[in-house]
Design a protein around this ligand. Structure first.
Ligand code: PEP
Ligand code: MN
Length: 340
């Protein structure tokens, strides 16, 4: 249930209402926006009398929220969430580009790629240290040494770093990692999500291979309900009957999620396409659709990459893509401003 307040509500009356609701076992989540203040109520609201609350003179309207996700719901939080990561931000119309190798492989590999993506304008460096591989015989990542190299690349380039956490027990290793990625295969690892809810780290929550929007948002809800408001959603392609591409990029998620949630939305065309030649056009489409950012795999020597080589862009292609994206983002922003 949400309660939309009139402008400048009386503070004492508001506190009175809040403590009465809390005494009914309901938790109250206020959002003070530029144009309106909304109280989101979480808990069993079935016995709350809508007419009684609507009659209060500082209340504008009261609505029941049907969706099972509450904290992630745009009705609870009408304005876009903007998440601060190092000296950059994600959400509310940013063009965040998280670029780097699938896996951290060596100091030379990571620094070469980090310098290149930074020079092309990437805003964050990605790199997997713990790799969730479909086969137990495939490269599993450099683990703690991979994190150490990412921190070194962060120090040199100043780029915030994004890396995948596979298990809550790894949390202490991620102290200085800026964004913790939850991989598609872990989207419903509820014990991991609960542990991340206890931190205040920005979390890049990838969509599960077969997850509906509601399932994905309920996973975000686990993190938000724990008290961590810093969730970024990442679409990375879903399983369909098509096998030409590795997965199918669901661009419709951008307008759908814009309506359903206030959380930032990032698209990963690399894992969706699986083929480098398809990725630039898909990245452009994602920005044209209004995504807040992209996650893109880049490798200077894809033929020798230890994971996901076929989908890695070489730095020269990534650089051209970044230039093209800047034009597209400017055009989209101008159109949004001028055509209403
Ligand atoms: C990755 O980012 O390298 C990765 C494994 O992604 P996903 O979880 O989307 O497959
Ligand atoms: Mn990968």
């Amino acid at each position: 249930m949400i309660i939309i307040l009139k402008n400048n509500p009386d503070k004492e009356q508001l506190e009175g209402l809040t403590s009465w609701l809390e005494s009914q076992g309901i938790s109250v989540h206020p959002t003070v926006g530029a144009s309106q203040t909304v109280l989101g109520l979480v808990g069993d609201t079935r016995r709350i009398d809508v007419d009684l609350i609507s009659a209060l003179d500082f209340v504008d309207s009261v609505k029941r929220v049907q969706e099972p996700f509450k904290d992630a719901n745009r009705k609870f939080h009408p304005e876009d969430t903007v998440i601060k990561v190092g000296n950059t931000q994600v959400g509310g119309g940013t063009m965040t580009v998280m670029a780097g190798p699938c896996s951290v492989e060596s100091e030379e590999q990571l620094l070469t790629i980090a310098r290149a993506v930074k020079a092309s304008g990437a805003t964050m460096l990605r790199g997997g240290a713990f790799k969730p591989r479909s086969s137990p015989y495939s490269f599993q990542g450099m683990k703690i040494e991979g994190i150490r190299l990412l921190l070194k690349a962060k120090e040199e380039t100043g780029l915030p770093i994004v890396s995948e956490i596979m298990d809550a027990s790894q949390l202490p290793l991620f102290d200085n990692v800026d964004v913790l990625q939850v991989g598609a295969r872990n989207m419903q690892n509820f014990s991991l999500l609960k542990a991340l809810g206890q931190t205040r780290k920005p979390i890049l929550l990838k969509r599960g291979l077969c997850a509906t929007y509601e399932e994905w948002l309920m996973s975000a809800e686990y993190i938000l309900a724990g008290g961590n408001p810093n969730v970024i959603l990442c679409e990375r392609g879903i399983r369909t009957y098509e096998t030409y591409t590795r997965n199918t990029l669901d661009i419709a998620c951008v307008p759908v999620l814009r309506q359903l949630t206030h959380l930032p939305i990032v698209l990963d065309p690399s894992h969706a396409a699986g083929k480098a030649s398809l990725i630039p056009d898909m990245a452009c489409a994602a920005i044209a659709a209004g995504a807040d950012g992209l996650e893109i795999e880049v490798h200077h020597d894809p033929a020798h990459a230890r994971s996901d080589g076929p989908q890695a862009l070489v730095p020269e292609v990534f650089d051209k893509l970044m230039r093209k994206l800047t034009y597209i983002k400017d055009a989209v922003d101008r159109a949004d401003r001028e055509i209403r």
